[in-house]
Design a protein around this ligand. Structure first.
Ligand code: ADP
Length: 555
């Protein structure tokens, strides 16, 4: 081989910010602040300057060393952006905890990550009070606010703005191996125990470059982008990084994710691209319809995390003229894998035919290699109908879980098993048809079916229990629990729900509990959930509102 003669410069996350500061310094980052509710605005240059101060605070008083983990429990704001850049910039690892998890799960992941410091938004003060004493490795708790608005908590804490004002201005971002860890995000796996995806500088920068391209998220200097998807959820799908390389304006919604707050922010800041899970768009749609308000500046909504409901796609497209695109990905994939954009050849198709294509999970992006395989490991043809287990590989896909969890997720020949079942067609569109991993996804957040089943099995009258995700008009999926009672017993749904209430988070409680005489079992004695899904396919949850289609009426 003849070696190329190009510079071997490392791909560093801090360079994204340095680029934005130098070339798009006045381009704004606008944040709705969780502590005061006010709109805060500054430019990329200010973000860079404050991230440098934060880097000094991290390496000085907070004693953060390269490789250390620093946890955030925080909304999308400029302060969280500064943490993204400063923590990884000093060579440490930003671990974004999902505050919607059960507090003991948060304790579990902070302990598993062996975090040295936790930065939290003031709205999470009660949570911090509940978990702090269990987090043994954490040396510093930092409230992301100023002195005037600092919450009163039981644990000794520092105040973010004070740390920054006391820190030196100048900080030179060090250069180091681009394969060093930069970010850590936990996903609940099939066993109910969270597993960590450990991103590197290289994977993060490459993902940002791909994500900015036209057929992916499509991020440019003319972008006014609002990631409604939280920064604790797979790095807000990489937007904080892609926006820096493109010099886009960012609009951060903070803690207020209701329809009214989002509409106001979209209109006020002239947002043209929004990203989030379907539940958020349901809430916004309800508000738009009730208020008669519009979101006319928005050109595109990228919806991911769960399948895009057809009624939602049609409502935004037909009533509000918004281009709806679906993305598919995973925490383990940084997360982008496919984005559902139409091709030039689809231009003359009827509206209904176009909708059909948009309901597929999307087209494969460069950098994501994908195959569908059958149960025997044979690679299936890309014919748009042969469905199999979806495997992926690529430079922003995990090669192993943090601290060696879940080795069974990787094949011997170097692919990652997604746990999704689907097919691929000759244009590279992937369609998910089922899920082999045993989890339920409600409003973009995971519920472990195994944990639910184990809890239900503890009930004295339950012989067998199976939980699975069933379509729900508001939450995309909610748990349906099917129970085979022990002989000569007659448990009621209420008694089972009551029994579960003390053992699993409240929002995990099944919306439906059904009884079956004999559980369908496979050859190895495992419950056949495919069969159960078939039996209950027309089941309707008693408390769900099906009348309004995509329109939620409650919650
Ligand atoms: P995220 O919610 O950001 O996509 P997670 O790691 O929490 O990341 O969840 C990934 C899983 O969510 C996928 O493996 C798949 O089961 C489901 N998922 C994500 N996007 C879609 C989509 N567009 N359609 C259907 N399921 C999806």
């Amino acid at each position: 081989m003849l070696r190329g003669q190009m510079m071997d410069r490392p791909l560093m996350i801090a360079d994204l910010l340095r680029h934005a500061a130098l070339n798009h310094g006045k381009q704004e980052i606008v944040s709705r602040l969780p502590d005061t509710g006010e709109l805060h605005r500054y430019g990329w240059a200010d973000c860079h300057a404050r991230s440098q101060r934060l880097a000094n605070a991290l390496t000085g008083p907070l004693k953060i060393k390269p490789g250390d983990r620093v946890t955030t429990i925080a909304w999308n704001t400029h302060r969280h952006m500064e943490l993204y850049y400063a923590v990884s910039g000093v060579g440490a690892v930003i671990h974004t905890a999902n505050p919607r998890l059960d507090p003991m799960q948060i304790v579990w992941i902070i302990n598993h990550a062996k975090s040295k410091a936790v930065f939290y938004d003031v709205t999470f003060a009660p949570l911090v009070d509940a978990i702090a004493k269990h987090c043994k490795t954490v040396k510093n708790w930092v409230a992301m606010t100023g002195e005037a608005t600092k919450p009163d908590i039981k644990t000794k804490q520092s105040v973010y703005e004070t740390l920054l004002s006391n820190a030196g201005e100048h900080y030179d971002w060090p250069e180091f191996d681009e394969n060093s860890a930069a970010g850590l995000c936990y996903t609940s796996g099939t066993t109910g125990e969270p597993k960590g995806a450990l991103y590197s500088h290289r994977s993060t920068v490459l993902h940002a470059m791909m994500s900015a391209t036209a057929d992916a998220v499509g991020v440019g200097a003319d972008g006014i982008i609002m990631p409604v998807v939280p920064m604790f959820h797979v790095n807000a799908w990489g937007v904080p990084y892609a926006a820096a390389l493109a010099g886009s304006k960012l609009v951060m919604p903070g803690a207020q994710l209701d329809g009214k707050s989002i509409q106001e922010l979209v209109e006020g800041e002239k947002v043209n691209l929004v990203l989030g899970v379907p539940t958020v768009w349901l809430g916004l749609l309800q508000y738009l319809r009730e208020s008669g308000k519009r979101i006319d500046t928005v050109h595109k909504v990228l919806m991911g995390g769960s399948a895009m409901p057809e009624s939602l796609l049609r409502a935004y497209q037909d009533e509000y003229g918004v281009e709806m695109q679906q993305g598919w990905g995973m925490t383990e994939m940084s997360p982008l894998g496919t984005v559902g954009k139409l091709l030039p050849k689809h231009e003359d198709l009827s509206g209904d035919e176009k909708v059909k294509i948009k309901l597929k999970q999307g087209r494969l992006l460069f950098g994501v290699d994908m195959r569908a395989v059958d149960d025997d490991g044979n690679v299936l043809p890309r014919d748009g109908q042969s469905a199999g287990h979806i495997h992926v590989r690529g430079p922003w896909i995990i090669s192993s879980y943090y601290r060696g969890a879940g080795p069974e997720s990787f094949t011997d020949d170097g692919w990652f098993r997604t746990g999704d079942v689907g097919h691929i067609d000759e244009d590279g569109y992937m369609t998910i048809t089922d899920r082999s991993k045993d989890v339920i996804k409600s409003g973009g957040e995971w519920i472990s079916s195994i944990d639910l089943e184990n809890a239900a099995m503890g009930h004295p009258d339950v012989a067998m229990a199976a939980a699975f995700g069933h379509p729900h008009p508001k939450w995309q999926e909610r748990p349906l629990l099917v129970v085979q009672p022990k002989p000569n017993t007659n448990p009621t749904a209420d008694s089972i729900r009551e029994y579960l209430a003390g053992q699993v988070p409240k929002w995990w409680l099944p919306d439906g509990i059904e009884f079956i005489d004999e559980m369908p079992l496979g050859a190895t004695g495992k419950i056949l959930k495919t069969k159960l899904r078939e039996i209950y396919k027309d089941y309707k949850f008693p408390d769900a509102d099906y009348e309004g289609g995509a329109m939620p009426t409650k919650g």
